[in-house]
Write a protein that binds this ligand. Structure first.
Ligand SMILES: [Zn+2]
Length: 167
């Protein structure tokens, strides 16, 4: 069996915060406002894998009201969420993402972001892709007030005979 998942997230961009994408810090005078570290791309990926497995969403797994997740490392949250996905018998085939922000350009960071996400998920780098888009100067994204990310993933059931996931 195969299943697709879609994740989407948006964070305000403010001075004095780090700008993290997939666990990689990009150079910017602004960063993501958020209860956790604000890593918008990783949050979209978490929602994609949880949604594909029908397990819930990031807000249920890591409630913003819970102090445990204040300034949390989002890559660790992804590892935690994805281990639950694997425990229910799913393997991740591939992940495709789009980040929308006016600046900075994503391309110089793209391959580091791919390696970072692939490492957190135990995937080959080739199974993770990340694209950067601007919003053509339009709206809050175009004015640099926010960053948005989308992630689509494909899950497949673990082939019989492989046994439980090694976590
Ligand atoms: Zn978020």
């Amino acid at each position: 069996m195969i299943r697709v998942g879609l994740g989407r997230d948006l964070h305000r961009l403010v001075p004095g915060r780090r700008f993290l994408l997939g666990g990689i810090e990009v150079a910017s005078d602004r960063g993501e406002l958020g209860h956790s570290d604000g890593d918008v791309l990783t949050h979209a990926v978490i929602d994609a894998v949880l949604g594909a497995a029908g397990l819930g969403d990031i807000g249920e797994f890591f409630p913003p009201s819970d102090k445990a997740w204040k300034n949390a490392d989002s890559l660790q949250l992804l590892k935690t969420a994805f281990s639950r996905v694997r425990q229910t018998g799913w393997e991740l085939v591939n992940l495709d993402c789009t980040v929308i922000c006016e600046t900075p350009k994503i391309l110089p960071y793209r391959d580091r972001i791919r390696v970072s996400l692939a490492g957190a998920l135990g995937l080959d780098d080739s199974a993770v892709f990340v694209k950067g888009k601007t919003n053509e100067g339009l709206g809050p994204l175009g004015e640099g007030l926010a960053v948005e990310a989308f992630a689509v993933c494909l899950l497949e059931t673990r082939p019989p005979g492989l046994g439980p996931a090694v976590l």
